[in-house]
Design a protein. Structure first.
Length: 223
C-alpha cells in the first residue's frame, strides 16, 4: 500500500474505537496520505485504547530498511518484527486506499474501499523512540496480506483489515497469533468497491475530495 485516505471525522473515529481524545490535532481529512506523513493510530496502553499521532514508516536502519508496509509473512520470519507484533500492535484508521495498475505504460490510479464500512481498521505495528529530552516519537508500518480476487489485477498485496470483533484481540497481545493464522481478504469481496480515479492523485501536493471521485474510462488502454 503506497497511499491511503482518511476522511472520517474525529467523532466517528472515537465512536468506532470507543475512545475519547482531547486533541483535534491529526484529525483533519486527508485524501492523499503518503509514507512519512504524521497521522492518527490506535494503540492499547494498560488495557485502554489511546489515539496518538505517528509517522508512517518505521525508523530507517532500525530494521534494515525504512518500512512503510511489511508483509505478514515477513513479520513472522523476523524476530524483531515478531516482537513488535507481540508488544506494539496498532490500528491505522483509514477510509480507503489507492492502487495503481502497473501493467500499462502510464500507471492508472484506482481507489478501493469497503462500502459497508466508514472506517477501515488497518493492521499495523509501531515503535516509540525517545530523544535526548525524553520525548517520544512514534512510527508505524502497515501490515499487508495477499490480495483478494478484486485487488489482485492491480497488485499482489493489500493491507490487512481487522474485523471490529477482533480489535481487542489485535491490540491486546493477540496480533502475532492472528498473523500466524493468516489474514484472508476474500470475505471482503461482497462489499468491496474499486474504481478509477483522476490522475490528480499522482501529484502528492493534491489533497481534496476530487481525488476519490469515480471517473469514466478516458484512455484507450483502460482495460
Amino acid at each position: 500500500m503506497k497511499r491511503y485516505v482518511l476522511q472520517a471525522n474525529k467523532s466517528a473515529i472515537e465512536d468506532y474505537f470507543e475512545i475519547s481524545n482531547g486533541s483535534q490535532s491529526g484529525f483533519e481529512k486527508d485524501f492523499n496520505i503518503l509514507p512519512g506523513a504524521e497521522v492518527p493510530i490506535i494503540i492499547s496502553q494498560n488495557g485502554s485504547r489511546k489515539i496518538l499521532n505517528a509517522n508512517w514508516g518505521l525508523p530507517a536502519g532500525m530494521f534494515g530498511n525504512d518500512f512503510y508496509a511489511v508483509q505478514q509473512t515477513v513479520v513472522l520470519k523476523d524476530d524483531k518484527l515478531k516482537k513488535l507484533a507481540e508488544t506494539s500492535a496498532c490500528i491505522i484508521p483509514a477510509s480507503g486506499f489507492y492502487k495503481w495498475k502497473e501493467t500499462v505504460h502510464d500507471p492508472l490510479p484506482f481507489y478501493l474501499r469497503v462500502l459497508s464500512k466508514e472506517i477501515l481498521p488497518l493492521a499495523g505495528i509501531y515503535t516509540a523512540v525517545k530523544d535526548e529530552k525524553g520525548n517520544l516519537t512514534y512510527s508505524f508500518a502497515v501490515i499487508t496480506m495477499p490480495a483478494n480476487a478484486l485487488v489482485e489485477p492491480l497488485d499482489k498485496s493489500m493491507p490487512c483489515i481487522v474485523e471490529p470483533s477482533d480489535l481487542n484481540k489485535w491490540l491486546g497481545g493477540g496480533a502475532l497469533k492472528m498473523l500466524e493464522k493468516g489474514f484472508n481478504g476474500q470475505y471482503l469481496l461482497p462489499d468491496m468497491a474499486v474504481y478509477r480515479v483522476p490522475d490528480l492523485v499522482n501529484n502528492p501536493e493534491n489533497n481534496s475530495r476530487e481525488l476519490i471521485q469515480p471517473i469514466p474510462k478516458l484512455r484507450e488502454d483502460d482495460d
